[in-house]
Design a protein around this ligand. Sequence first.
Ligand SMILES: [Ca+2]
Ligand SMILES: [Ca+2]
Ligand SMILES: [Ca+2]
Ligand SMILES: [Ca+2]
Ligand SMILES: [Zn+2]
Length: 591
Amino acid sequence: MKRSSALIMAILLCGLALPGAAGPVRVPLSFDYYYTYDMVVEALQALHKAYPQLTRLDLVGKSEEGRPVYCLTVNNPKTGAELDKPAIYVDGNIHGNEIQAGEVALYLLDFLLGSYGRNPEITRLVDTRCFYVIPVVNADGRFHFFADANTPSDNRSLRIPRDDDRDGLVDEDFPDDLDKDGNICQMRKRDPFGEYKTDPDDARLMVRVKPGEKGEWTLLGDEGLDNDGDGRINEDPEGYLDGNRNWGFDWMPEYVQSGAGDYPFSGAITRAIAEFVGQRPNICVGWTFHNNGGMFLRGPSSKAQGEYPRQDIAVYDYLGQQAERITPGYRYMISWRDLYPTYGDSMEWLTMMHGAFGFVGELFQTEAERFVTLKEGGGERKAKPAGDEEEGGYDFREDPALEKERIKFNDNLAQGELYKPWHEFDHPDYGKIEIGGWVKMSSRLPAPFMLKDLVHRNASAVIFSAKNTPEVTLEIFEAKPMGNGLTRVRTRLANARAMPTMSFQSQKNNLYPKDTLTLGGQGIRVVAGGEINDIYLHQVAFKEFRPELQFLVVPGFGKVEHEFMVAGSGSLTVTYRSRHAGQLSRTVTLK
Ligand SMILES: [Ca+2]
Ligand SMILES: [Ca+2]
Ligand SMILES: [Ca+2]
Ligand SMILES: [Ca+2]
Ligand SMILES: [Zn+2]
């Protein structure tokens, strides 16, 4: 589809979600509407064009349908090479329908770049760190979410055809937009034995009948036909490969983990991102954004992984609890324990195979769209139970009070755009039915006027974690002649931030070599050296072989000190190298 027609389509489908006068995408970006996939690409190009000295636009790979997936890298080359800086990885929208995840990533970019040179905190952050941001992972999913009729929960999958019902046909029975309004809503049929009746307070809504009470409606599921005449409706839609079950750590086959795909990294874009991330060992922390439920999740993703080391949990807690405060109502949780177990998800891969601290941000709480706060009879309505991301949203009928509040929000704040009134339709299989209910742009996405608050708060949680990537300083705090041409040299590496230079999980698993400290110089020989355990009792863990090369980790908010006995005189250079904290060196002249 051409851009112009995609735009017109988006305007038709989103109504207020897109301004009528949507022209070319401009920097600073706007966050009072949702970007189609083509507009996301334009936005990245516009940011790169506006800030060429601070950004690089990389093609990470292409989707199954050939759409380009981009990463915008934020780095100031004047303050050092990209790989010599601690890096923050952010992606979103791996589930095609979870579009505001892309907006959070775009906002983060727009905010960092727009604040550079104006806000000292952000200027310093951008000068000392590197950001890798892939706003939309599932380019096809986002494209089709806008372009096609959908429920709020469709087009999650990567576009790899799959015969879901094993009938020999592939992707043969999508939902159908029977009333041609751009939404896949619900179907219901009059039925005195149905489980639902019309809500006496609002004729648009339904409530469950009580035991023994006469029914009025049977729900028939998503709008659709039996396209292949197999007696089932909507049984084999697009895909299904869940991009977030396709990663090469703790991957499980389809019969254990639905959506897994035929083998790890069978998705073109999951594979491309794994290679892209694999070439960037400086990534210290990663955020992958989804909707919904208002959660910040950390691993482990399955119980069998066991709990993370306590030192790493302390870091997660520090970042996660702060994210909760930045984003009131969101909860910091453990993925498998507080939500549900997953196998082969990207956060766990990033944590266990790449050694980063990984977070999933589940954006948006449906109950944030309030018209009134229900206080009558029992105070504040309690928060909804743990999120239901996989099943695609929240079943309002299980919480009539919430649905009533939401329909008033629809009437008075969204001017009716979120809910389709029930209307009659002649269905080839069901006969006379009604179609209606919540539309595509409802339920998992904030109304556009609330989007800016969501993107700013969540980007701020990322920024807090970015500030807490390691920040290491090196000093030679002693060079003391000891006689016989020997000098005692003492060094200190201090980390001013929360994250250690290597996670304890990575150390435990021996995932990659630790940081190094090397001593060298003309005519100089290191006779002995090791880490100082206790400087007052003079306890040093001397390294037996090659003392001029030490392996170490600088803990968060902590230090590591070393002691060396050095023979000879002249210039001695001490060099520190770290995957996560860059390179530093100091020189001292020995007499
Ligand atoms: Ca099939
Ligand atoms: Ca399918
Ligand atoms: Ca069928
Ligand atoms: Ca079929
Ligand atoms: Zn998701």
